[in-house]
Design a protein around this ligand. Sequence first.
Ligand code: SF4
Ligand code: SF4
Length: 304
Amino acid sequence: MYRIRFHGRGGQGMKTASRILGTAFFREGYEVQDAPRYGAERRGAPIFAYVRASHNKIFERGVIRNPNLVVVTDETLVTMPAAGVMQGVNTTTVLLIHSRLTSREWQDRLRLSNPVCILPLGEEGEAFMAWHFIGVMCAAAAARLTGALSRETFDLALGEELSGLTTSVIEENLVHARWAYDQMQNVQGCVHSISPIPASSYMKPDWIDLSFEDAKTSTPAIHRELTSEDVKTGLWRTMRPVINRDHCKSCYWICSTYCPDGAIRVDGDGRPHIDYVHCKGCLVCAKQCPNNAIEAVPEKEGDV
Ligand code: SF4
Ligand code: SF4
């Protein structure tokens, strides 16, 4: 069985990536499960999706705990404990990271000897890499790492899953996916199908009995106010809103009210300012601005 987990950020197409990969396996005669997992957060929040594929019936359910392959579309997530990228990674798990670093550098950073494959982000890769194609590119690279899916099968799966889009958009996705598929030529087949875990070897859950406590004891202890300020949600951003002062009419009550995170401050002259430490790049403000004065700029091109 293949157990593949995709980690990325909301908006990078993790759900679509897992759908396409799952469909490609299905076309090759595998039984498949694929599912995304995310909470209430929007664009930019860490999310993951997963795919199980096997020639036999799949009895496993739920989130993949022991992945054969972990795919990471945003390298900043690797060391973020809340993203859970390294959860369940054992000595045979292959990592595929979309990164400027080399596989050796990642092995040193993570202090592990697992195979680390790189979908390049720097120089040649960067010019080619538009962030909205990252999901399909990582899915294509993952397909080749399994050695079980031909490019033709992957292309058909991609076309099927994106069939609601225009022909030109599908073509663009195909071009990017094929490039990523080719990048994995030297490591094709390095992810091996492994036997399913027999039910008899499942560990009995280690139950913890929580005895009833009265409300005074069990209520969370909050020691100070404004702790949400300590969470730097600006790290989640893939696109940043930038206010064009030539178009802004200072109708600040619109953008500052719609921002779900209170990340737009208004100065004494009624001019809005975005707090980039906490703005998570949902771009609600850009949609609501009646004067189109807020542009969405890819994060790597934005001012620091
Ligand atoms: S809604 Fe748009 S035009 Fe109005 S203050 Fe905000 S950025 Fe400026
Ligand atoms: S400033 Fe705009 S992009 Fe940033 S969190 Fe607020 S609404 Fe979202």
